[in-house]
Design a protein around this ligand. Structure first.
Ligand code: FES
Length: 526
């Protein structure tokens, strides 16, 4: 089995029974904020796109690059579709001209012609990607590969049960706006960023240890930021709180925990994987490439400047009545929302900055009051500050997912009172009837499900499944003193009270080993 690195989370897998192109991303994403690192735009995409199969793990724009898929990927390719709850991904592929689809039943091995086998695991909680993320397992001639990309399954047993895996490709770096955009003192941002960076690596080690593959490939990040306004997010400034470590940092951190089987794929690197081992060739020596990282980024920044300028010129739509259109689009969804609206629990404020840099408009999405209105000098849960032009553009293109556009762009700042609130972001990624209904149904089912099984961790008896997304706490739970940490997403819980310290809601059931179990709570907390 041959794996060609094609940048970020992208790769081409070649076997004698067919080829699969995965997550090809080349054009900038999220308001021209993210670019693939290292640069992959000079690869021979005409020939890389001539494949038998195409797999895109999810709809985040650094995985699903519509322009590139339209221009460079053969429309004869069969699209391997994860079993997602909505038809959005298939609809987007059809709009681009793809007509051949194989809908892979979730977690079932599918035998393709000539001995190629695949299995796709779809993750479908409202917090997984834009309503869905997935991983692809491939087997040919006894060689097995797992392309986990940035999916976060609660465990990897469904893949491990299919036999020893030879190549494990997974995320290790950051892909979020936290903590950089928060309006905090720099020292606090650095401390939170450092915690986040450590947690990312811990999670990666956990997955690697779960699967015990022969070879580990760090993929799916980091992106690079080429706009001058975002340049500081590149991990080139010696900031220990930067959440975007690169592949060379991965190798050195991995070595510290005893990892010796890491292989970095640059765009154009080729690895031949067999049951006996792997041999890799690179377009340039990996050490040399990372030693010249700053020069690479600076050269890329100059080359891509016109692309960024052209994108920026398309965002302004002064004719858009932002308050009026937000009212029209968001109020019907607020009216329908039970779980998300209750989970947000307070007003969320958008401060919009005009073309001249002056603050021009302050709008509140009032979740309890179920209306969108001008800010009325009240206390709010969250406050976002961003350019009015970005919101104009989102409304102009009828964007239903503001996470997969505005928030991932990092072109905003944020302040909040209290803890992180996942419902805020879940709501703003569900600005369509279809998505909102799905998310509401998911939370309804999730909150009603009973999780009766308990386990013992140290001096505590706790519910086996994490209250967040049901990770098995026998594997991901760590108790230190009176605190439980679930390592899957790093959420922390105060055991004596059961309170989640990371996000509102999500109480954990717990009692000391030598104490009586408390009576069950009457009502689910969200
Ligand atoms: S499942 Fe997300 S923190 Fe436990």
């Amino acid at each position: 089995m041959r794996v060609t690195g094609t940048g970020h989370a992208s790769m081409r897998i070649d076997t004698a029974a067919g080829s699969i192109l995965c997550d090809p991303w080349v054009n900038p994403a999220y308001f021209a904020s993210w670019f693939p690192f290292p640069d992959n735009s000079l690869l021979d995409w005409e020939s890389l796109g001539q494949v038998d199969y195409l797999y895109v793990s999810h709809l985040h724009r650094d995985h699903f690059d519509a322009k590139h898929l339209r221009d460079f990927v053969s429309k004869d390719a069969t699209v391997l579709l994860p079993e997602f709850p909505t038809s959005e991904m298939e609809d987007e592929f059809r709009a681009l001209g793809f007509t051949k689809f194989l809908k892979a039943p979730n977690e079932q091995v599918v035998e393709l012609p000539r001995g190629l086998k695949i299995m796709i695991q779809a993750l479908t909680s409202p917090t997984d990607g834009p309503i869905g993320d997935s991983s692809l397992w491939v087997e040919y001639d006894g060689v097995r590969l797992l392309n986990q990309n940035d999916a976060r399954p609660t465990d990897l047993s469904v893949f491990a049960d299919l036999g020893h895996v030879h190549a494990h490709l997974l995320q290790f770096s950051g892909a979020i706006w936290y903590p950089m955009v928060y309006e905090l003192p720099q020292a606090a941002k650095t401390a939170f960023g450092k915690q986040k960076r450590d947690r990312q690596f811990d999670r990666t080690w956990r997955y690697i240890d779960d699967l015990k593959a022969d070879h580990v490939f760090p993929i799916a990040g980091p992106p690079c930021f080429l706009d001058d306004a975002l340049w500081q997010f590149n991990d080139i400034h010696g900031d220990e709180g930067n959440i975007f470590p690169d592949q060379s940092v991965f190798l050195s951190e991995y070595a510290k925990v005893g990892g010796t089987n890491g292989i970095v794929l640059l765009p154009g690197s080729v690895t031949e994987v067999t049951t006996e081992g792997a041999t890799t060739t690179h377009p340039v020596p990996v050490d040399e490439f990372f030693a010249n990282k700053v020069a690479h980024l600076e050269e890329m920044r100059e080359r891509k400047r016109p692309v960024i300028e052209a994108e920026k010129a398309s965002w302004r739509h002064p004719e858009v009545d932002v308050l009026g259109q937000m009212k029209q689009r968001i109020e019907p969804l607020l009216e329908e929302s039970i779980y998300l609206a209750k989970g947000v629990g307070g007003p969320v404020r958008f401060d919009l900055v005009g073309y001249d840099g002056e603050s021009v408009e302050s709008i509140v999405v009032d979740f309890p009051g179920k209306e969108v209105r001008p800010y009325a000098d009240e206390k709010v849960r969250y406050r976002f500050r961003t350019e009015r032009a970005l919101i104009e553009h989102l409304l102009f293109i009828d964007e239903v997912d503001w996470v997969n556009s505005l928030f991932l762009s990092c072109r905003f700042s944020a302040a909040r009172i209290g803890q992180y609130n996942e419902f805020v972001y879940a709501f703003f990624k569900c600005l369509s009837e279809e998505r909102l209904q799905y998310a509401e149904g998911w939370y309804d089912e999730h909150e009603r499900s009973t999780d009766a099984e308990d386990i013992t961790l140290g001096d505590w008896v706790v519910q086996r499944r994490c209250p967040h997304l049901k990770a098995d706490l026998t594997r991901f739970g760590i108790v230190e003193g009176d605190q439980l940490t679930c390592q899957l997403h790093g959420w922390r819980f105060d055991l004596p009270s059961g309170r989640c310290l990371t996000s509102v809601g999500h109480k954990v059931r717990a009692h000391r080993v030598d104490a009586e179990a408390p009576a069950p709570a009457g009502e689910a907390v969200i």
